[in-house]
Design a protein around this ligand. Structure first.
Ligand code: HAM
Length: 411
């Protein structure tokens, strides 16, 4: 048997309904706050991610599914949504609209990571991007929206970590300082961290290697190096989160896996998940638009992993859509009439279900009860027996009057 590729999965039955429930919650929260739905292609020019996400990131270095399209162009299955949404903003000339342009998305993303609990190679994200404003209120609002989605889904044990990375200039100066610290303690570092001192020293904060962790405990902190404007911006974000009663921890070791961040960064983690505890995260990316060829335009946003939210959630039970009419029939002779009746019902805007698996009448009536159908019609030699499942009333009706009775709501 041919199996699904590692790190991918099928979504069946109740799981599919739970996902729909999450998307409905996200739509209510995000569209309620003025975010408009956007869909971008599943594949993009590889260069968009190489430039946007950053050559030194794990995502670009080893996790992208890239392929030659046969015409010498390198394309990549999108590993994330921010660079594509910024590209769409530029291509559609959205800078002409009132700013910020607030967009949300939901779709599949692809990363060639080692699969484990909560980590897949094809996964879903729900995300938002608010583009065109530097206002710290936009940062705070989008953080609150993710908090609301997670709360509405009853996600367990969720904590918010918050930090600021400042501007690229601050970070360059800080990087030099951090590199000097790492070099001074090189012997105690893991091989991986040692190999990345030049390329990405900040990732050392992420290491679970004990020696590296000890070195990082005394490392200089970026938050202490912010310039005045960045510090004020960060304080304004915090003041707004405080005013809204949103709990958070300042975590000056918070590093995100993507290079485009400036100023605010944040992550929601759930302690009900294992090692892959990040349910959603994001931040500000004021330099990204320029990296992909646009005019300088600030932006902020987040993405949350649909599978991880569902793993940590107690999702509100999603009710099966109601069935107005279940059409049963007594033997194959009546099947075509039953078929026509169910088609009639659907044509008039009612939901109708019909047995197609060859069950006996008794079996069909069991299915009807299970489906919770409001009305059950039994097509037999005697005509059509219509039963109101709620009141238990039933009588023989003319086949062409079935819909009339259902519409009237009485027998
Ligand atoms: P990210 O932190 O790389 O950010 O991914 C966001 C979320 O997607 C993670 O917190 C996690 O829940 C989920 N996720 C990531 N990789 C996987 C995986 N392999 N399997 C399952 N879930 C996964 C971004 O993607 C940024 N674009 C977020 C952003 C938007 N920043 C600004 N705007």
């Amino acid at each position: 048997m041919i199996q699904a590729p590692k790190g991918t999965f099928d979504v069946l039955g109740k799981d599919a309904m739970a996902r729909d429930g999450l998307v409905a919650v996200a739509r209510r929260v995000l569209e309620g706050a003025g975010y408009e739905r956007i869909e971008t292609p599943i594949f993009e020019a590889t260069d968009l991610f190489a430039r946007g996400v950053g050559e030194s990131t794990d995502v670009v270095q080893k996790e992208m599914y890239s392929f030659d399209d046969g015409g010498g162009r390198s394309l990549t299955l999108r590993p994330e949504g921010t660079a594509p949404v910024c590209r769409a903003y530029l291509e559609a000339g959205m800078h002409k609209r009132p700013q910020p342009v607030k967009l949300w998305y939901c779709g599949q993303f692809f990363r060639n990571e080692r699969p484990q609990a909560g980590r897949f190679r094809q996964f879903w994200q729900i995300g938002v991007e608010a583009i065109g404003s530097e206002d710290p209120a936009v940062d705070a609002e989008c953080i609150l929206l993710l908090a609301e989605v997670l709360e509405s889904m009853n996600c367990q044990g969720v904590r918010l970590r918050l930090s600021s990375l400042g501007t690229p200039a601050t970070r360059t100066a800080y990087r030099d300082e951090l590199q000097a610290h790492l070099r001074a303690h090189e012997d105690a570092l893991s091989e991986e961290v040692r190999g990345r001192i030049d390329l990405n020293p900040l990732r050392a904060f992420d290491s679970d290697h004990p020696g590296t962790q000890a070195v990082m405990a005394t490392a200089p902190r970026l938050l202490d190096a912010l310039d005045d404007a960045d510090r004020e911006h960060f304080e304004a974000v915090r003041a707004m989160l405080d005013a809204a009663g949103q709990a958070y921890e300042i975590d000056d070791t918070l590093v995100r896996g993507l290079d485009y961040y400036t100023r605010t960064v944040f992550e929601f983690a759930s302690d009900s998940l294992g090692a892959q505890s990040g349910v959603g995260g994001g931040g500000r990316y004021d330099g990204l638009m320029e990296l992909i060829g646009g005019a300088p335009t600030p932006g902020v946003g987040w993405a949350a992993g649909v599978e991880r939210i569902l793993l940590s959630a107690n999702p509100p039970p999603t009710a099966a859509p109601p069935v107005d009419l279940y059409v049963a029939y007594d033997g194959p002779d009546h099947r075509v009439r039953a078929f026509a009746l169910s088609a009639d019902a659907r044509r008039t805007g009612h939901s109708a279900r019909l047995e197609l698996g060859g069950r006996s009448l008794k079996g069909q009536l069991k299915q009807a009860a299970k489906s919770g159908a409001r009305y059950v019609a039994v097509v037999s030699d005697e005509g059509v027996l219509l039963r109101d499942a709620e009141s238990g009333d039933q009588r023989i009706v003319e086949p062409n009057q079935v819909m009339h009775h259902i519409r009237q709501g009485q027998l």
